[in-house]
Design a protein around this ligand. Sequence first.
Ligand code: EPZ
Length: 430
Amino acid sequence: MEQYIIKGGNPLVGEVEIGGAKNAALAILAAAIMTDETVRIDNLPDVRDINVLLEAIEMIGATVDRVDRHTVRINGSTIGDVSVDYEYIKKIRASYYLLGALLGKYKKAEVPLPGGCNIGSRPIDQHLKGFRALGASVDILHGAIVARASSLEGSHIFLDMVSVGATINIMMAASMARGRTIIENAAREPHVVDVANFLNSMGANIKGAGTDVIRIRGVEQLHATDYSIVPDMIEAGTYMTAAAATKGDILIKNVIPKHLEATTAKLVEIGCQIEEFDDAVRVIASRRLRRTHVKTLPYPGFPTDMQPQMAVVLTMSEGTSIVTESIFENRFKYADELARMGADIKVEGNSAIIDGVERLTGARVSAPDLRAGAALVIAGLAADGITMVDDIVYVQRGYEDFEGKLSSLGANIQRVFSEKEAQKFKLRIG
Ligand code: EPZ
């Protein structure tokens, strides 16, 4: 029964360091096995998803040496098995990046079909379409994706929709295919660019990452590299919205401001003051914020992974806001939890209509998924009284030391493991 217990009302003030991007690191760790030489990766976030994927990589036989919490050395020469165990894909969908990596290097791979998750069904048909276009046979046998190819040949691939995962998975396989591959309608997220940069540092030949057309010339072999993961734009955006929701003043360090532009623009639009530095942004919110409309879009649009956090800020803004989720079909599960804290939020189809209230009040709520869990913590930080957030294992999947970083900003928050500990916290803070 692990939960966060929060006494809200303190403006968050101070400085916070942002870690490496989880969604870049997951793909990069998978790609690291594509060479038989040793790859060193640092600025890894020390979060559950990363640690589970490292276990999966070790399970197929790669040598994994965890130098420290944020650094790992991987050597794929000892891989003996190209099939990933179901228990890993059940724990973390992104294990499917091993499909593209193993298929690229060994021309065969077997990975259990990932289920849906709490934000939608999340099929991977575009990934499989790309592998087939490269000449692989791809079958679903007993719940697993079995991909085989005598050789991979470059192809001109048109994605039916913008997909981060499909873009990255196909890019990995194509980097060791014969000839040229073009991926049209490619995702442009910074973590797609980071994976391309990582593969190029291993000797791949990938151009155009960050645009909607990626051109790849396959190579026979990839080699060792020493690489540092890009800062996590979603972790950064989460602390930006925490400053906005608590009327705080936070300097968010180790970021690339350009990656945060959609979030910055929205927060400025509703009345935050934001100062940009080379590798930091400062967010100040001193008075009640205004309403706005938000629609999630592929990068560089407003990120779907920032949608719940922004919605929390808007529950306390003046006026009626509308949040429209265009990427996933079920990413408003947190709305009922926020309503229990006094938010006036109604979900209609893929939009949430939010009438701002003066204050939220603390309540016991449960995290339905990773980003919604972080958003509920932010709501608790802003609310009057005590909030308890259950199911925080979701939050720990993507946020390193969330309660520690928030406490250093003046939050009254603690991770507790029992009712007794919760009571002690309540007595201590009064
Ligand atoms: C990645 O998921 C991220 N996860 C997600 O972050 C993020 O929300 C998403 O990209 C969008 O930015 C990782 O990087 C590990 P998509 P991914 O393929 O790759 C549909 C978080 O909180 N689709 O871009 O799975 C899909 O259902 C997580 O860190 C297909 O229909 O997202 C969705 O509606 C949550 N067929 C849309 O496309 C496919 O083959 C975009 O999905 C692939 C996707």
